[in-house]
Design a protein around this ligand. Sequence first.
Ligand code: NAG
Ligand code: NAG
Ligand code: NAG
Length: 401
Amino acid sequence: MFQKIFLLILCALNIQQGERCRLNSRIHFGEPLPVILRNGRLLEPTDSSGNVLLDFGESMTLSCEGSGNLFHPNQTREEITASITCAGGENFRNDNWLNAPARFSQFRCSMPPNYVSRRTEQTCFESNPIYEVGYIIQNEFYALYESCFNEETLNAVYSKYSQKPYNAMFQTRVDRPFFISNGVYGHVPVDSLFSPKGQKAAVAQVVGPLVDTYMTMSEFLSRGHLAAKTDFVFAFGERATFHYVNCAPQWYGFNGGNWNTLEVDLRNHVHDVGYNTIIYTGTYGVTTLMTDYGHRANIYLYNDENNNPVIPVPLYFYKVVYEPSTKRGIAFVGINNPYVTAVEARDLFFCRDLCRGNSDFHWLSWHPNNSSEGYTFCCTIPDFRGAVGHLPQFEVNGLLT
Ligand SMILES: *[C@@H]1O[C@H](CO)[C@@H](O)[C@H](O)[C@H]1NC(C)=O
Ligand SMILES: *[C@@H]1O[C@H](CO)[C@@H](O)[C@H](O)[C@H]1NC(C)=O
Ligand SMILES: *[C@@H]1O[C@H](CO)[C@@H](O)[C@H](O)[C@H]1NC(C)=O
């Protein structure tokens, strides 16, 4: 008898509270995914496995603003932005829009939502402006990352964003959009300068007929992401990385070699050890090639109307990783030039390399001595600051391994 009453009470409580919703970044997110807001912010997973947990009755906002409409098989009309409420498991309701509790994995946009950049009033290194890249929803801007961008040389100095354990569980099978410039490059035809023809013409301007020894079937300049596509967990974040304020010319072998290895290993390591980090991924210096007159010349993709060189091919790509809660950090650096010899590379290392032969970095599987994959090394943040002045002030007490 008592047991029965107890069960009844339990059931009553249960009905009132309802079943929670649980979505996983690898399973329940469709494509093209709407932009998703929760509590007025872009959606983030609740835990390190990429799960999003919501209480029964809790709401989120979905939006395809600026590109198309929301779509769900159970919709009764068209909406661009709509709120959905957890109805348990992977089901959500909105009685004005949907005729039944709707499966989350079937929410889509008719077209991928449009990301945009906006120039802020804030500045970074050498008074360059900070751009933010994100989405506009109902007149509010939601940023995914920021870029310190040099408008004179049209160089992405660095992109700043966070990396947490859940980032290793990024949504898969997300289409790559074309890079956009959103007017940031003015009249400079950035798209065609990065094209095979455009970059070859630019390099030929500097090195003459030697261009064919540098630009080959296996080496050319790719659109190197600073923040990687899969450094963001959901499709709307992954797509937003395809902006030229987050891009610099990067040799193909380095891009797919040690740089890619660093991106993958770091993301997995942050997941495995549970770091909550801020990352500055940037570029430094200008790479050189030997000309047919036998001297080294800086490589840029273009000369602007005042004949100033713009869009440098950086000499270095770096990732500075910082954990605010422990005030620890580290800088990973790679040389963006497959034509540098081992002896030359040694001169280009601007700090004592912490990673080589250090078992604390066994998780990092790059090949630091391989020229075509890109020579690489690691520095303490103070050493890095001594060579590269880009970073804003933050306190560092130790090495993040
Ligand atoms: C909702 O959509 C699903 C999948 O298309 C369908 O099986 C179901 O019958 C729909 N429910 C209603 C009430 O239309
Ligand atoms: C890698 O290069 C460094 C610097 O040039 C050199 O000291 C070291 O012996 C090389 N290591 C290997 C395994 O080749
Ligand atoms: C360097 O890396 C490339 C690409 O992975 C590989 O083909 C090549 O054998 C490597 N070179 C050496 C010396 O290990």
